[in-house]
Design a protein around this ligand. Structure first.
Ligand SMILES: Nc1ncnc2c1ncn2[C@@H]1O[C@H](COP(=O)(O)OP(=O)(O)OP(=O)(O)O)[C@@H](O)[C@H]1O
Ligand SMILES: [Mg+2]
Length: 444
């Protein structure tokens, strides 16, 4: 756990404790229950939101305007120090804004008691921020207890939350955080943030401290959870790939939280607003594009094939005629079996059983081009067989196919972007024209 997160949790915890007696409902609660769906998300509006830290003439967050829709995941990405955490923490007023307003489901929460606000806004941070002297169950029960839920309801809620994040309640209920793995701590952190069923969930690099594999799992779980819960989630990360995976929309932020682009992952990848965004999407844009494309969407090369039932003479002929000096041997079900090169048959004295090298890796038509590239790069001859639903041969992808596909994709993206810009320009021109005509201004 980082020092700041301990301090942060301690302060917010202490604040929370002082308010246990308070009973007033807050605007967000009212708004959510008025809409009759206390469990789903709430919209968030940031209006000219600004933070100036004392002693610094430059604001850390300068005049941010943003509308986040109920039930969407919005990811903030941007360079270190650009103001992501400050912006996020102003939403639940862990940091007090020095200017602007925050509305949750239409209700202005800028001047509301921050402690009450925090009951409606779950918060999960890197390294989980769990209280080390409390058990898993006590950590999860924190906010429900504070807002005065009856003990029985809290107990069943704790079990429910542990189930939800994939931890066995019997096993984990009474454990202390230090006896959990990083990924398990992070799951408990998410369970705690969700325990009082807040419509809004703020997550500040929640998966930043775990290994890449656990991170993938936690991301997949968050996507699954969100399918069930439909919260409004604001998620901060450094990692653009994480943003692409999780975000319904991504806000690319530059210094002082200025919004460089706020759009869907596809739009940002294929049509970055400016050089800053392209720079952030990075040299990896082409590789990331490979993740959005499937093998079935590109042209697959047909390869010379023979089957184990073919007469040997026919196999020899095919080998001799093969422009690539190689044929693919299929088994009796048409599935890839071995690569046969010229000379292999001679060395094996005509025995198919001894000749050639086994096909050890294949990709399906549903694999991404990135998966295919991985397979091609690790294959000693730089190609991979594409199989159909029953494992049957459908074609081969090699380096050349991949390179051509990527060029075509990027070129198509570029043309789309140009077309999109032309449409925008035409719409703008029509509007101006319409306005002029509406004003009675005939062209001379
Ligand atoms: N308590 C503070 N007092 C003064 N300046 C601060 C304080 N907290 C943050 N800042 C400054 O505000 C700016 C924004 O910080 P913030 O923590 O929001 O950045 P961030 O985008 O979350 O960065 P990172 O990706 O490194 O977490 C930075 O320049 C930082 O130095
Ligand atoms: Mg930060």
């Amino acid at each position: 756990m980082s020092e700041t997160s301990v301090a942060e949790k301690a302060t917010s915890g202490a604040e929370e404790m002082t308010s246990v007696a308070e009973k007033t409902t807050c605007g967000a609660e009212k708004a959510a229950s008025a809409a009759g769906k206390a469990t789903s998300g709430a919209s968030i509006e940031l209006e000219s939101l600004t933070k100036r830290y004392p002693g610094n003439p430059q604001p850390a967050v300068d005049n941010v305007n943003m509308e986040i829709k109920a039930g969407e995941i919005v990811v903030f990405v941007g360079p270190s120090g650009c103001g992501k955490s400050t912006t996020l923490k102003m939403i639940n007023r862990l940091i007090e804004p020095t200017g602007g307003r925050i509305r949750i489901d239409g209700a202005d929460v800028t001047d509301m008691d921050p402690v009450k606000l925090r009951r409606n806004v779950g918060y999960a941070i890197q390294a989980s921020g769990l209280f080390p002297h409390m058990t898993v169950a006590q950590n999860i029960a924190l906010v429900p207890k504070m807002i005065g839920w009856p003990a029985a309801r809290i107990r069943s809620r704790v079990e429910e939350m542990l189930d939800l994040v994939g931890l066995d309640p019997g096993e984990f209920h009474g454990r202390y955080p230090r006896r959990l793995s990083g990924g398990q701590q992070q799951r408990v952190g998410v369970a705690r943030a969700l325990a009082a069923d807040p419509p809004v969930l703020l997550m500040d690099e929640p998966f930043g401290a775990v290994d890449p594999i656990t991170r993938e799992h936690l991301q997949d779980e968050l996507i699954r959870l969100q399918h069930e819960l439909h919260k409004t989630i604001v998620f901060v990360t450094h990692d653009f790939d994480e943003a692409i995976k999780l975000g319904d929309r991504i806000a690319v932020l530059r210094e002082r939280s200025h919004i460089a682009q706020f759009d869907t992952p596809e739009a940002i990848l294929t049509n970055p607003a400016d050089d800053f965004v392209s720079g952030f999407v990075g040299a990896g844009a082409a590789l990331k594009r490979l993740n959005l494309t499937r093998v079935r969407d590109v042209e697959i090369t047909d390869y010379p094939t023979v089957t184990v039932d073919d007469p040997l003479q026919q196999i020899f002929n095919k080998l001799r005629g093969s422009g690539v000096g190689e044929v693919l041997l299929l088994d009796e079900h048409g599935r890839p079996y071995k690569w046969l090169r010229r000379g292999d048959m001679m060395r094996a004295r005509g025995s198919l059983a001894r000749a050639g090298t086994l096909v050890h890796d294949t990709v399906t038509r549903d694999a991404t081009l990135r998966d295919a590239l991985e397979a091609v790069l690790t294959d000693n001859a730089g190609r991979v067989v594409v199989t159909g639903r029953r494992g049957e041969y459908t074609g081969v992808v090699d380096m050349e196919t991949l390179m051509n596909s990527v060029h075509e994709l990027l070129e198509a993206d570029r043309l789309d972007a140009v077309e999109h810009q032309q449409e925008l320009a035409e719409t703008r021109a029509r509007q101006t024209h319409g306005e002029q005509e509406g004003a009675g201004g005939e062209k001379a």
